[in-house]
Design a protein around this ligand. Structure first.
Ligand code: ASP
Length: 399
């Protein structure tokens, strides 16, 4: 990474292009395995959980951890943005604004639930609709072991074998990580808007501090107290996915590597990881939740719009909702911010202009919040695995 940082400032245009291609190929390879990996891994995992009570218990624990960690992250952001007040007196006139990427934003929690159910599972697989794939795979994982057909076991065995095959392809792709990461980081540095960096310094600092507190204090505390684990061991075991989250800015693209590290290094069973992680990559985004909260209050401060206590509570709840609805792809969190601004009545061209300015410097923040998002998913998997009696989780650092 250090080499990437140095090169980012020094390479010429054609070298940058080559490095960029390398990064692109690497991300495409990762994305290539996402759909088959989630599909086979969830079916194998859910089939081994068994239906009924066990599945319900795992579901409740997963949901409980996601809510807890995201709300804690939002609270950290809320406290910091109120203390630091990065938007008060900020002059955004000099900062470059850019076109926002087109990302679909769900309008409400109901819509997110509705989107869970794919009308056509084959299309969901083909188009990489994560929530749809997750839903259909869970149903298959529950149904296959219950079917009393003599070939049902073969079907499950086949899917398990397919899972192992995709995992081994993933391991091969990971060997290319140093090159891919280098390419991605060089390009990210070359593309960040340096002018805007200065103007939005306090805003970036607030988010940076919040993300660091959540990453280095809150989540390790949860690991230690809820999971009775040594957080340092968990950090070491998760270094690969964290670096990848940083360089791709995408929880989804990182998912294959997260799954592999959580199973092979942290030592979580496929039964737990395949349930907790794919869902986490789309639904549990602590970094994004914190970002939404700070971002919206920053906008209100820039506009000189005082948010009442009730409005701040609305920000907390809608920030949570926006983080659940955000896809695990670059800049998704920034676009989702409109859900939160609308909820507290911040509308109009001025809001769009400020968000445009925030987009100019979004990349470094996106890289960091994606690290936090991925790390939080892995903490959830480890803590839940421990609570299910998996005592060897994070017993040691696996290199
Ligand atoms: N890029 C983030 C992720 O994939 C989402 C965001 O933009 O906050 O986790």
């Amino acid at each position: 990474m250090v080499i990437g940082l140095i090169l980012g400032f020094t390479v010429g245009e054609s070298a940058e292009r080559w490095l960029g291609w390398m990064g692109d190929i690497f991300v495409r390879l990762l994305r290539m395995v996402i759909a088959p990996l989630i599909f086979t891994s969830i079916i194998t995992g859910v089939a081994s959980v068994g239906a009924g009570q066990d599945l319900g218990r795992l579901g409740l624990k997963t949901f409980g951890f996601y809510m807890l960690s995201s709300l804690l992250a939002i609270m950290v952001g809320l406290a910091l943005v109120n203390v630091i007040q990065p938007g008060a007196g900020a002059d955004l006139a000099g900062a470059a604004s850019s076109d926002l990427p087109e990302i679909q934003t769900p309008g409400s929690l109901g819509e997110i639930f509705i989107r869970l159910v794919p009308t056509n599972p084959v299309q969901a697989l083909a188009s990489g609709d994560m929530l749809g794939i997750i839903f259909f795979s869970i149903l298959l994982g529950v149904a296959i072991p219950r079917v009393k057909h003599e070939r049902a076991e073969d079907l499950l065995g086949l899917i398990q074998a397919a899972f192992e095959v995709i995992m081994s392809i993933t391991s091969g792709i990971i060997r290319l990580a140093p090159l891919g990461v280098l390419g991605l980081i060089v390009r990210a540095i070359n593309r960040s808007g340096v002018d805007a960096l200065e103007t939005l310094g306090m805003y970036m600092l607030t988010i940076f501090l919040g993300l660091m507190i959540h990453l280095l204090v809150t989540l390790p505390a949860l690991l230690a107290f809820l999971g009775r684990m040594n957080p340092w061991i968990h950090f070491r075991n998760m270094s690969e996915p964290m670096l990848l989250a940083f360089s791709t800015s995408s929880s989804s693209a990182t998912l294959p590597v997260t799954l592999r590290a959580v199973e092979k290094k942290v030592g979580v069973s496929n039964r737990v990881s395949s349930f907790v992680l794919p869902m986490g990559a789309t639904v549990n985004m602590d970094g994004t939740a914190l970002y939404e909260c700070v971002g919206v209050i920053f906008i209100s401060q820039v506009m000189g719009f005082e948010l009442t206590f009730a409005a701040q509570i609305t920000v907390v709840l809608t920030a949570l909702l926006a983080s659940i609805g955000a896809a695990g792809i670059p800049s998704a969190g920034l676009v989702m911010i409109f859900i939160v601004t609308e909820a507290v009545g911040l509308t109009g061209p001025e809001v769009a202009a400020i968000v445009g300015t925030m987009f100019a410097i979004d990349r470094p923040l996106d890289m960091l919040r994606t690290v936090v998002n991925v790390f939080s998913d892995s903490c959830g998997a480890a803590i839940i695995a421990r609570s299910e009696g998996e005592d060897t989780v994070n017993a040691r650092v696996v290199s």
